[in-house]
Design a protein around this ligand. Structure first.
Ligand code: GLY
Length: 287
């Protein structure tokens, strides 16, 4: 069974359309007998789709650059790339970190160098949508402070009060169970507005992703809050204590108004829960 999400904070008017895409991607992504292969294949489809904030379609940082985060996890192993630039599919590089490197996380220029060494070509993931979003953010920021990032305190206040919530943190993710084995994958362009170098929850083990012998969990939403609460590990630790949906609801509700979504799979069940418009899809083959 494969369960996908397209990010919390998605455009509500497009939810049905996005759900139907994700159902299709879940079918494509369930061709293999390997749960890791399947979550990666499904995330590649979402990274290649401009409607989602990951890979092509990622949001821009306030300097106009695109730095992406992605991670994969199976019980006992992990791979992630942090602030990687100019590659088409960060999730494939994250899987290569897990399978081909002696490390679990590679960041920025080191991640790019690793990708190039393995033959990943230079690729520009920017889109017109990302550019126009950045223009809107910068216009808003300029109207309040001509210095933009020169005034860090102002930027913090601006981000905390920004109205640009919709479409600003829609990470994509996938969890799978195949023959009792689990895998999880997550990929994001990050949040908006954000500084160059900012890292959220997605590539951090236990924060935006966790997978162990009891199941797999992936989060979406405000990365700083997810990471401070080690949300995916905290959710994973509760698996087996009550129905999965109840666990997810309890965790999401604990964040109040902060935008959060979770998907999870355990040995018997799968569930998703969010507090603000999250597209989901599933192949729904094995229950
Ligand atoms: N949840 C994705 C991020 O905050 O970067």
């Amino acid at each position: 069974m494969l369960l996908l999400h397209g990010g919390v904070g998605s455009d509500k008017s497009k939810l049905e359309y996005l759900n139907s895409k994700l159902n299709d991607y879940a079918k494509v992504g369930s061709a293999s007998a390997s749960p890791l292969e399947n979550v990666v294949n499904a995330v590649v489809k979402m990274e290649d789709d401009e409607d989602f904030n990951a890979g092509t379609g990622s949001v821009m940082r306030i300097d106009g650059s695109i730095q992406m985060d992605a991670a994969v996890m199976i019980p006992g192993d992990f791979g992630s790339v942090i602030a990687i630039e100019r590659v088409k599919n960060p999730i494939l590089v994250a899987r290569d970190v897990l399978e081909k490197s002696p490390h679990i996380m590679l960041a920025s220029d080191g991640a790019v160098k690793f990708a190039r060494t393995l033959g990943y070509e230079e690729y520009d993931p920017s889109t017109g949508k990302a550019r126009s979003r950045l223009e809107k953010v910068l216009a808003e920021l300029r109207s309040e402070n001509a210095g933009i990032s020169s005034n860090v305190a102002h930027f913090k206040k601006f981000v905390n009060s920004t109205q640009f919530v919709e479409g600003s943190c829609d990470t994509v993710g996938a969890v799978a169970r195949m023959d009792g084995k689990f895998a999880a994958a997550v990929s994001t362009g990050g949040s908006s507005p954000m500084m160059r170098g900012r890292v959220g929850d997605s590539p951090v083990l236990g924060a935006g992703i966790y997978c162990g012998p009891k199941g797999a969990v992936v989060a979406t939403g405000i990365g700083e809050e997810i990471a401070k609460n080690i949300l995916c590990y905290r959710t994973y630790a509760k698996i087996g204590s009550k129905p999965l949906k109840e666990i997810l609801k309890e965790e999401v509700d604990s964040f109040g108004q902060t935008l959060i979504g979770l998907i999870a799979v355990d040995k018997d069940d799968y569930a998703h829960y969010d507090n603000g418009s999250m597209a989901v899809g599933t192949n729904n083959l094995e229950q």
